[in-house]
Ligand binder design. Structure first.
Ligand code: ATP
Ligand code: MG
Length: 421
C-alpha cells in the first residue's frame, strides 16, 4: 500500500503532479469529452491557487501538471476534491534513464525524515507505461531497490507490507518518482452528466446528497428555502457556509436563496396541521421545478432517506413525485444515518450541519405528521387554496450567490438601469 498524504506533512517541493483519472476507461468514443471537462476543471483550480506559469499535458490516459515553481499543499489538497480523479501523485519528474531515476528515488528518501516517520521497510513498484522502455518493470524495481539498500542502510525491503512504497512511472516523455499518493473522490468530471438543482437545507443529509451527485459528474446548483422572518439571519449564514464547503467540488456553484416564509405561513394557517410538512415540501418542489426550468436543470435532488423521519415515508415521497413536474433524485434514500454522517465528515460539511439552527419546518410541524396522505384531502385542499401569489413572490425575490472553486461566496446583484428623472 502506498503511503498516504496524511502520514506526512507535504513540503513544498513538488514541481510535477500526476493526475490519474477514475472511470474514464468505461467511456469508449466519448472519452475526449470527459477528459476535456476534467482538464477545464484542473485549469480553473490551478488558476485559483498557483500564480506561476504551468504546463498541463495529457499523457497516456492521465494528466501531468508541471511548473518551474513548486505547487502548494493547499492546491494539492484542493485537486483531490475534483470529481473524476482517482488519485493524485505529487512526483519528481526525471529523465527516463536508470541513473536519473535511481538518484531521484534516493533523494526522495533522504528528504523524508524516515526515523521520525517510523519507516523501516520499503518496496519499489515500477509501472512501465511507455512500453518502448527497454528494461522490464521488475528489473527496474529490483535494480533501484538494490541501490536504495546500499544508500539507506537503515531500510529493509518488505514486498508484502512495506512502510513506504516508492513508485516509478516510466512515461514516454519522462519518468516520475513518488512516495505519496492522495486518493481522489473518483466518479465523473464535473458537468458531464447534466445539470440538477439540489434542495439544500441546513441539516446533515442534503449536503451529502448534493455531493453525491457532484461526484457523479452533475453540475449541481443549490436552492435553499429561507423561512424569513420565522428564522433568523444565522440560518442563511449557515447555508452560505455549507454551500462554500460544497463549492470546492465544482468549478463554480450557484446558490439560490428563496424567501419561503410567507408561503409557509399561509400554508400552516390553512391546511390540517399533520399535512404541513408534506405540503411545505410540495410547494418547495413546485418552486424548485420552476427554477430548474429557468436554469435548464433536468432533475431535483433532495436529502430524503427512506424512513429516517416520519415525513420521509414511501407514500409521502410517491405523492411528491406524482405532483412534481421534474424528476426527483434522492441519492441518500438507501443510506443509514451513520453512513450519511460518515460521508458528511469526509467532505467537511458535518461540523457546520450540526450547528444548532432555527428550523421553520419544525417550528410549524406537529408531533405526528401524516405518514400516508389521503389523496382526496390533498386534491381538495390544493383545489380550494391557491398559493400562486406566494409562489410568484418567492420566485421574484430570490437572491443569487456564486461559489468559486476555492469556496469563496459572492452575491450576484442584478444590474438595474437607473433612468434620470
Ligand atoms: P436534511 O438533513 O437534509 O435537512 P432532514 O433529515 O432534516 O434532511 P427534512 O427536513 O425532512 O429532512 O427534509 C428532507 C429534504 O427536503 C432535505 O434533505 C432537503 O433536500 C429538502 N429540504 C427541507 N427543508 C429545506 C429547505 N428549507 N430548503 C431547501 N431544501 C429543504
Ligand atoms: Mg432538515
Amino acid at each position: 500500500m502506498m503511503t498516504d498524504l496524511n502520514s506526512f506533512k507535504l513540503d513544498s517541493c513538488y514541481y510535477s503532479i500526476l493526475v490519474n483519472v477514475d472511470e474514464l476507461w468505461l467511456k469508449g468514443k466519448n472519452r475526449p469529452f470527459y477528459y476535456q471537462a476534467l482538464r477545464q476543471h484542473i485549469i480553473t483550480l490551478v488558476k485559483n491557487y498557483h500564480w506561476h506559469s504551468y504546463k498541463l499535458t495529457h499523457e497516456v490516459q492521465r494528466f501531468v501538471i508541471s511548473s518551474e515553481e513548486s505547487f502548494s499543499e493547499e492546491f494539492i489538497q484542493a485537486l483531490a476534491k475534483i470529481p473524476g480523479i482517482k488519485n493524485i501523485v505529487p512526483s519528481k519528474k526525471v529523465k527516463s534513464d536508470l541513473d536519473s531515476i535511481t538518484h531521484a528515488c534516493i533523494d526522495e528518501l533522504k528528504r523524508l525524515n524516515l526515523s521520525a516517520l517510523n519507516i523501516k521497510t520499503f518496496k519499489v513498484e515500477t509501472f512501465r507505461i511507455d512500453k518502448k522502455f527497454p528494461v522490464p518493470s521488475m528489473s527496474v524495481s529490483r535494480e533501484i531497490g538494490g541501490a536504495i539498500l546500499q544508500s539507506c542502510t537503515a531500510l529493509k525491503v518488505d514486498i508484502h507490507n512495506p512502510d513506504l512504497q516508492i513508485e516509478i512511472r516510466i512515461m514516454p516523455k519522462n519518468s516520475h518518482v513518488s512516495a505519496f499518493k492522495i486518493p481522489g473522490i473518483g466518479g465523473l468530471p464535473t458537468a458531464t452528466t447534466g445539470k440538477v438543482l439540489s434542495l439544500l437545507s441546513g441539516g446533515i443529509d442534503s449536503p451529502v446528497s448534493s455531493f453525491m451527485m457532484m461526484k457523479r459528474g452533475c453540475d449541481v446548483n443549490l436552492c435553499f428555502f429561507y423561512a424569513y422572518p420565522f428564522v433568523g439571519e444565522a440560518v442563511k449564514e449557515k447555508i452560505l457556509k455549507l454551500a462554500s464547503k460544497l463549492g470546492v467540488f465544482q468549478r463554480c456553484t450557484n446558490l439560490y436563496v428563496v424567501n419561503f416564509g410567507p408561503a409557509q405561513e399561509k400554508l400552516a394557517k390553512t391546511c390540517l396541521p399533520e399535512y404541513r410538512t408534506l405540503f411545505f415540501r410540495k410547494l418547495m418542489i413546485e418552486i424548485a421545478s420552476n427554477l430548474a426550468a429557468e436554469i435548464g436543470a433536468s432533475a431535483l435532488i433532495t436529502g430524503d432517506s427512506l424512513g429516517q423521519v416520519s415525513s420521509q415515508t414511501l407514500y409521502n415521497m410517491a405523492y411528491l413525485d406524482e405532483k412534481s413536474p421534474t424528476m426527483i433524485l434522492r441519492p441518500v434514500s438507501g443510506l443509514n444515518k451513520s453512513e450519511i454522517i460518515e460521508i458528511a465528515k469526509e467532505i467537511g460539511t458535518y461540523e457546520t450541519s450540526i450547528l444548532p439552527q432555527d428550523d421553520a419546518c419544525s417550528l410549524f410541524a406537529v408531533k405526528h405528521p401524516i405518514l400516508v396522505p389521503n389523496r382526496d384531502y390533498c386534491e381538495r385542499f390544493m383545489a380550494e387554496n391557491s398559493f400562486q401569489e406566494e409562489i410568484e413572490k418567492a420566485q421574484r425575490g430570490k437572491t443569487h450567490f456564486v461559489i468559486t472553486a476555492r469556496g469563496e461566496v459572492k452575491e450576484i446583484i442584478p444590474i438595474t438601469t437607473i433612468r434620470p428623472s
